[in-house]
Design a protein around this ligand. Structure first.
Ligand SMILES: [Zn+2]
Length: 549
């Protein structure tokens, strides 16, 4: 039986970000997207997360290509980390997707070739791929109709059906419909906003928002947006220009994306752009600054400016700062910290809690649009993607309200695969997906054990006990030295120091009978952990260093 198709989400399910999908036939593998994920606040010191590609490294099958759906970092920014680990294969994406993906790779010194997708269907190995334009919070996004000998799948990544898109490029609903008429076996669909009734607002609504916010501003008009949201940047630029303000861009990500989008014709800028070094030198009433860092990211231009710590801009009482974005779930603390800091500088601020109606425009489809995609594609089976578990469950409920049997909607757990054969979709094997962590320059060298240690140190500090042991007799030399950080001030903890010393003296000689030094250290550490807990009800990380002299 060689007519089967396996689908594997390598970024895990219920994770929203780090998107990467495997379409696998008996001989070939087609990949879709390669994104990064964002760590939750408990993952101390972690910069970002990557999809686990060990499955691809072990697989003997030929990777025939990769499709990129749209230029968001959670769909393309994993490329520079993942590509060096895999054999070379062709990559396909729209022009802007290709532009942003190349930029991400260039940052790592990787020169990647991306084949532009047009309107026509094309072959990738034994797969036939139909690119379909859809609207989203970044221009030039695509869905893909994927046909292979085993069946027909519609890959409906992030989208909404915006009836008034900023660039005038509508979703190609006719094309979706005619693809649906071929008979779609399985629809993979964005599910992030399945909880919301009705339809998502048009991105163009932001034009009115900017119009309202800019009126009467006596100082600089400052807008912070997601750096990839070229539509929103265009609207802010248009409104600012109309109100006689010149535009400046501040922050690495926004400067880079604006340059690429303009070069590719996705952004129309006025002839004169204010140099970022001139921002504070011209009349504040005649400038609009688009600044990166809308998520309050550490080190971003907005964050530094909010702390009064940016060389090129300072927020003053007559200025207005508009957060034209909403916090990514889990990131609220960073965003509100930035907002609080700006409030302390007495600049005026607008953000979604104040102006919910118009600053809260999502790039994802709400319930009615999700149903519309189902009706256009008329799939046999449904597979919600791109949402947390609750969003997928809500999507399933939504599908049952329009007549789908619950068993026609598949909700995958992490590591689970889908198998399509004999015209039936069933759950396939489970594969073991690891959390691949990027911390500084290291990829994958930080695992759960390291994170556990970091958490323990963050919560209760660390206690280090240094012990000298005489080599030949195995006896303790002098008293152990005890130092701590983030636990207690040891100088004022004479009683505890004494007890720890007693415990070491009592137990170490017995432990030294074991020849294995790591075992000796573990025994000492366990004893001391127990003692410290008994005395203080705290659980610092205990580390012993035993040296032979
Ligand atoms: Zn997206």
């Amino acid at each position: 039986m060689n007519k089967s198709l396996k689908i594997i989400p390598l970024g895990g399910m219920g994770k929203v970000t780090k998107n990467m999908f495997v379409y696998e036939t008996s001989e070939e593998i087609l990949l879709v997207d390669c994104g990064i994920g964002f760590p939750d606040p408990t993952m101390l010191g972690v910069d970002l997360l990557l999809p686990d590609v060990s499955y691809l490294k072990e697989s003997k099958k030929r990777i025939v290509g990769m499709l990129l759906t749209h230029p968001h970092d959670d769909h393309i920014a994993g490329l520079p980390y993942v590509l060096p680990d895999l054999p070379v294969f062709p990559i396909y994406g729209s022009r802007l997707t290709a532009g942003f993906a190349k930029d991400r790779c260039k940052d790592f010194g990787i020169d990647v070739k991306i084949n532009p997708v047009g309107d026509q269907e094309f072959k990738v190995g034994s797969f036939t791929v139909l690119p379909i334009k859809v609207t989203h919070s970044v221009p030039d996004s695509r869905h893909f109709g994927i046909t292979c000998p085993a069946g027909t799948v519609y890959h409906g990544s992030d989208f909404k059906f915006d009836s008034n898109p900023v660039d005038g490029v509508l979703s190609e609903k006719d094309k979706i419909k005619s693809f649906g008429e071929r008979g779609v076996d399985l629809l993979l669909s964005d599910s992030l906003r399945s909880e919301r009734k009705g339809r998502s607002s048009s991105e163009s609504l932001l034009r009115e928002t900017f119009e309202q916010e800019i009126v009467g501003v006596k100082g600089k008009f400052i807008v912070t947006v997601m750096s990839s949201n070229i539509h929103r940047i265009q609207l802010a630029v248009d409104v600012a220009t109309k109100h006689g303000r010149q535009v400046a861009f501040l922050g690495r990500s926004i400067e880079k994306n604006v340059e690429t989008a303009q070069n590719l014709g996705f952004l129309k800028l006025p002839n004169r752009i204010v140099d970022k070094r001139e921002i504070e030198k011209i009349d504040p009433r005649s400038v609009c600054v688009l600044i990166a860092g809308s998520q309050g990211q550490e080190g971003s231009s907005l964050k530094r400016a909010s702390q009064g710590d940016h060389d090129l801009i300072s927020f003053k009482p007559d200025d207005k700062v508009v957060f034209a974005t909403e916090p990514i779930p889990g990131n609220e603390v960073n965003v509100y910290e930035a907002i609080d800091n700006i409030a302390r500088l007495e600049a005026d601020i607008a953000y979604s809690d104040i102006n919910e109606e118009t600053l809260h425009v999502s790039g994802h489809a709400s319930a009615d649009e999700l149903v519309e995609l189902i009706n256009l594609t008329k799939p046999k089976y449904l597979l919600p993607i791109g949402g947390a578990y609750r969003h997928m469950v809500q999507y399933k409920k939504l599908a049952t309200t329009i007549g789908y049997q619950p068993n026609m909607v598949i909700i995958l757990k992490d590591g689970q695969t889908v198998l399509y054969e004999d015209e039936t979709v069933k759950l396939g094997e489970n594969i073991d997906l690891k959390e691949v962590i990027v911390d500084g320059l290291g990829i994958g060298d930080v695992g759960t054990r390291v994170l556990e240690d970091r958490r323990q140190m963050a919560e209760a500090g660390i206690v280090v006990i240094a012990i000298l042991v005489s080599g030949n007799k195995g006896t303790i030399v002098g008293s152990p030295e005890i130092v701590s950080r983030g636990f207690v001030y040891m100088k004022h903890a004479g009683k505890l120091t004494k007890k720890i010393t007693q415990e070491v003296n009592k137990n170490l000689p017995k432990a030294l009978g074991k020849k294995d030094w790591s075992e000796v250290r573990r025994r000492v550490e366990r004893r001391i952990e127990r003692l410290i807990y008994k005395e203080t009800r705290r659980t610092p990380l205990v580390l012993s260093v035993i040296k032979q002299v």
